[in-house]
Design a protein around this ligand. Sequence first.
Ligand SMILES: Nc1ncnc2c1ncn2[C@@H]1O[C@H](COP(=O)(O)OP(=O)(O)OP(=O)(O)O)[C@@H](O)[C@H]1O
Ligand SMILES: [Mg+2]
Length: 324
Amino acid sequence: MSEDENTGDTLGGRSLLFVTGKGGVGKSAVAAALARASAAQGRRTLVCELATHGALGPLLGLRDEVGHAPREVAPNLWACNIDQDRAFGDAIAGLVPAPRLARALLGNPVARLFLRTAPAVTETSVHLLLTGFLRDGFDPVIVDLPATGHAVGFLDASRAMAHALRVGRVAKAVAEAAETVRDPRRTGLVLVTLPEELPVNEAIELYEKSRETLKITPAVVVVNRVNAPPVAEADLAGLEPLLDAPPHTLPPAARAVAGTVREGVRAAAQDSRHVARLGEALPGARLLELPTLRDSADEPALVARLAESLRDLLGGGPPRVPAR
Ligand SMILES: Nc1ncnc2c1ncn2[C@@H]1O[C@H](COP(=O)(O)OP(=O)(O)OP(=O)(O)O)[C@@H](O)[C@H]1O
Ligand SMILES: [Mg+2]
């Protein structure tokens, strides 16, 4: 499959979705919302985070911690927080043919340290785990990746490792994982950003780097927390007498309304300039705007609302598998 065939239409047909972007832009919220939307379509969905502080639990409204092993948290929805050290142990145990040798390797602190600190070993272990989840029948597997800086290195790890290993059983397993992670029919990269200067710059940089280094075209760039205009364009003209009036000539209540509307119009115009800049820098990229949701009761309510906006991205349609 050539890079050109990665048209980035929707995420619907893809089984492995990676969500990344600058710190704090809403990666975890988007990953959780995609997972909710996918589960609601009846897909056997697994959402994973990578040894992070446990963002998914609160977003999914769970009381208990999400652990290393996938746990069913709602109908059609499983979650896990991958412990990279355990992923590494699992990979060694699965790939070294003799259990005694695997145990010896894992039990020897020096060998373990050497293996773990070799470039790309930990990340490759995670790729093996993720592709194992696909084989277990999860579809999609949604991964809340760490912030942008690490994303390209993470996604490139198994390819680099397969190249280094070349022959043997381990090389074959790693090459298969690398192929899946980079297959645009199966994998979709979801880049999250905010309508702000630095996050937009970083999104443009990562989009281009991903195409050049990984030969992966991000399937979609999600612009999160976009402010909608407080009133429709058509109604704005009618409000001009209020908005243009010198504040001291207005009664206090009208002054407050005028101030809020003016500020809302300014914020929406600024956001749309950033979205336009992103579109111009990345012609051909699929952009999806998500609104700023200020009045959600809690994190799960926010996620449920974001899931509504992400439904079309997943292709919609009737449930593909019954709830289990
Ligand atoms: N569309 C939105 N409207 C309002 N609040 C939002 C929206 N998206 C995310 N948030 C809030 O912004 C905060 C940061 O979101 P989130 O934790 O998903 O970011 P992140 O990119 O995963 O951060 P980190 O880099 O720390 O992992 C959270 O409190 C979340 O509830
Ligand atoms: Mg996060």
